[in-house]
Design a protein around this ligand. Sequence first.
Ligand code: HEM
Length: 245
Amino acid sequence: MDREYFYSIMNGEGTLDYEIYLNTKALLSCQKDFKEFCNRDELQFQIVHQAEEMWMKLIGYTLLDIDDYMQKEDTHRVLTLFRRVHAAQRMMIDELALLETMSPKEYQEIRLRLGNGSGQESPGFRTLLRMHTPLWQTFKANYLDKHGLTIEKIYNSEYTHSGAYVVAEALAEFDELFQRFRAVHMQLIMRTIGLGAKSLKGRAVELLNEGLRVRFFPELWEIRNHMTDTWGDQHGVVRDPIGSH
Ligand code: HEM
């Protein structure tokens, strides 16, 4: 195929209504020019990172809406918007698989072009890391404290599958999917550059493991330990076989 011809038409003219509304002219020039790529994988490398930034922008924006609706205890809205957040998070995770089609050598060639840049500088990721504390405060004030509820009550002693419980589970899913992104990203690193190498910031990649241990909403995970321990106490650590009852 005539590569030059397709390069010349690929970005469109930017003059049709579709192109104007979506600003495709600007959007499609956010990647390097075709002739500047160091290899055939670099376009994909840029696009995956850019797409991930777009999803994080949408997630952050949607979490602000969720915060507003939690203040009004509009649970239906909160749950619908959390479905959107979770779907975008799953997309972020699935998209990482694209980069596993890149060979270690091709990544090394791209890596030489990255300067000191690293994912730690991602504006989307840094924004999301700041949102969980205010989200939790809003949830706690409006769904728990205002009604004299606690996490223990909504999950265990007064469990009714209430609005507070389903919103708490939506928060837990956000937390879990965030951690899953980190875990899959870690596997991508292992596949591409190895886990023992020094990172561009000069620190061992294993340090990313610290992030893997972070939980946005520790109370939502602690309640599960608490329940298993307290319910377990009723039976004792060693139980009778089922057949003996
Ligand atoms: C082949 C692909 C990739 C490799 C080899 C890679 C490698 C790395 C490495 C080595 C770090 C450690 C920190 C550092 O070097 O400064 C890091 C951090 C990070 N990367 Fe990637 N990455 C890749 C793709 C991606 C993609 C597609 C995203 C999507 C946004 C991303 C987001 C991040 C984030 C947010 C951090 C900081 C994580 C934290 O602080 O917990 N990376 N990456």
